[in-house]
Design a protein around this ligand. Sequence first.
Ligand code: F6P
Length: 549
Amino acid sequence: MAKEESGKASWDALRDEQERLADVAIVELFNDDNERARDFSLEAAGLYLDYSKNHISRLALQQLLALAQHCELPAKIEGLLQGERINRTEDRAVLHTALRDRSGRQVITDGEDACALATRERDRMLAFVDDVHRGRRVGATGKPLTTVVNIGIGGSDLGPVMVVEALRPYWIDGRRSFFVSNVDGQHLADALEQLDGETTLFIVASKTFTTQETMTNAHSALDWFLANGGTHEGVQNHFVALSTNAAAVQAFGIAPESTFGFWDWVGGRYSLWSSIGLSIALQVGAANFLALLDGAFAMDEHFREAQLAQNMPVLLALVGVWNRNLEDIAVHAILPYDQHLHRLPAYLQQADMESNGKSVCLSGQWSSLHTGPVIFGEAGTNGQHAFYQLLHQGTDVVSCDFIGAVNSQSELGDHHAKLLANLLAQPRALMCGKSLEVVKEELATEGVDPAVIDALAPHKVFDGNRPSNTILMERLTPETLGALIALYEHKIFVQGVIWGVNSFDQWGVELGKQLASEILPRLTSSKGSDYPALDPSTEQLLDWINRRR
Ligand code: F6P
């Protein structure tokens, strides 16, 4: 069968199976199959994934695995890990996995070993961390640099801040970190208010070193430093840069010795493992940073070696494809039952939506399939008291990932048992629901008046049959966190392969940037009429703003 035909046949078979399942509830799939819970779950790299509470059959899973083979997934995984230039629209390899490969393996790209390059730069960075921690690298007035301000946005912010928050119990005593990303001056101002310039290290984190938000914040931080007792010579003590653009860093005034580089084969949203992780290493120490890398590497090795049918990122991805393309679910919730993972949803929003929020395939053709879903989320149990109403009874079905640790990082009375009870109850409630009959019985047992029962009962019905995954770990540690992040990175990659999109470019962020630069002079210059007219709505908004500025 020709390739295109077999692809169509794979999707046709999946659609047939979805139709067959349309009237079969998830709970019925369990009733008909005693081994479902066991077989639709697996362990890897310290994580346990249960995907049995999805509206998916064994046959559908086999068909999805056949689709993955049809899309040449094993070869694509190999291509990713071997440094093929799979980011074709930017002509780059995609080698974040090389950043955490400390096994001695070589991965050659552009004639150089990416693992060796990564090791060299990481050693430099961790030596710097050690110098700061041991007081060998101090502020201009000789005081220890105890406070870090990471200035970056997107991948140069979300990964580091998410990890630093997640690893709170590993923080080194007496150290503080601030993360400033928004071009809204209030973000930087709020941080500056709390700083002592003599003990602060500013990290300017930007792959390109041209990003408007980061450069604006970096210049303002520099101005603040100079206006608050800092000197031009002292800048070298208080500013470091993380970037691939050495020339722009030097033009800003940061010396090469204070610059930690990386390479174009590290995508911004995949960069926390590189020098971009400096703020992490400063806050939790070099050993914990390396443990984070090792945890991710353990997941990389599993991804590389496991058969597709026993491969955690592959299965998570394929279940996601089923939910997105066959069940037509457009929204996916990330629900960590762990307060320290409260920034994980925001992190995965960028990782997933910037990677797979695409309409054009690698072939240049418009995609005939829906691609990445909307990702949102919140830490449990807070989300339960906010948007779970819609998850349980809304007209749209939202697929969910429930994530939690068996043991808390901070055991306190029975808090953790209560947290875990909620973590287990929610996916069960979403799947099982509650029928009208049961609702009526319950109300009758409570002695509610029959007329009230009839009026109230429909509002208390849960139709159930709403899909979710549960991801557990024994404890949230640098290793399990690394594995969890790598799990999602690889899931996103696999879905990109199935959808045929380039998960590693982000052209969709460009137009807004371009238009903002066209609009900026209309807000900062008085000669508004010299500029070409914009659309009537934007003109009117500008006028409203300018009359008040
Ligand atoms: O939002 C677009 C983007 O390019 C992201 O991909 C990236 O993480 C972010 O901007 C920041 O880019 P840089 O690290 O170059 O400042």
